[in-house]
Design a protein around this ligand. Structure first.
Ligand code: PEP
Length: 252
């Protein structure tokens, strides 16, 4: 049985004071949400403040990115080792904003997946098609390529430290959500790819999150789909009331 996982991606938002306020509210508000795993991904500079508040809470810490080297002359970068040191459990990788704005390709993302796993953390590998790709009918090809590239030389054993996040680019920050049926179709496809790439056990045990304008008013229908194992939440994770409602989804 796959435990649901809800991750808040705060992107480039929140000062230290705002971080403290939000993590305190999420910590308190999630105390009874025992059926779901929860994580938040603040900016790097707020990880330490978030960590101090979230220690011994139900809420794990995630990073939004990393560099695939342990240490060295890599100005401006942060390694999985340092993220582990500060208490992160998860690292979001291959987010469409990283692919589009920072030119990250599949090979580079794959190096990060390996580095994160090697450090004992969990990689949240994001994949997703653009609107143009969906309209051209290439969604499944794009997703298969991104998945294959991201998981190059990853073993079935390694997959215990991998979560997949399906994030259609056209639904991120746009207010447009995939319908539950559209999301389920893709999630089932991703699961079938995991079965053919690895085996049925990996396919059944790997969590596949949906991301793209998940909100309090659509989370219940999305989470009712059999292959949706949680959500990667951007905008709605910045308000405690919205995020707590999402954590407490009711399968409808
Ligand atoms: C995201 O950034 O991963 C995301 C899904 O954003 P939003 O929920 O705002 O669409």
């Amino acid at each position: 049985m796959r435990r649901p996982l809800i991750v808040g991606n705060w992107k480039l938002h929140k000062t230290l004071g705002e971080t403290l306020e939000l993590v305190n509210a999420i910590k308190t508000g999630s105390e009874n949400s025992t059926e779901v795993d929860i994580a938040v991904a603040p900016v790097f500079t707020a990880l330490s403040v978030a960590r101090a508040t979230l220690a011994e809470s139900r809420v794990g810490l995630a990073a939004q990115n990393c560099y695939p080297e342990k240490q060295g002359a890599f100005t401006g970068e942060v390694s999985p080792a340092l993220l582990k040191d500060i208490g992160c459990l998860f690292v979001i990788l291959g987010h469409s904003e990283r692919r589009q704005l920072f030119g990250e390709d599949g090979a580079f993302i794959n190096r990060k997946v390996h580095a994160v796993i090697k450090e004992g953390l969990v990689a949240i590998l994001c994949i997703g098609e653009t609107l143009a790709q969906r309209e051209a009918g290439t969604t499944f090809d794009i997703l298969a390529t991104q998945l294959r590239e991201g998981l190059q030389k990853i073993s079935a054993e390694d997959m215990k430290q991998v979560v997949i996040a399906y994030e259609p680019v056209w639904a991120i920050g746009t207010g447009k959500t995939a319908t539950p049926e559209q999301a389920e179709e893709v999630h089932a496809f991703i699961r079938s790819l995991l079965a053919s790439t690895f085996d049925a056990g990996v396919a059944q045990s790997t969590r596949i999150l949906y991301g793209g304008s998940v909100k309090p008013d659509n989370v219940d229908n999305l989470m009712a789909q059999p292959d949706l194992d949680g959500a990667l939440v951007g905008g709605a994770s910045l308000k405690s009331a919205d995020f707590l409602r999402i954590i407490n989804f009711q399968k409808s």
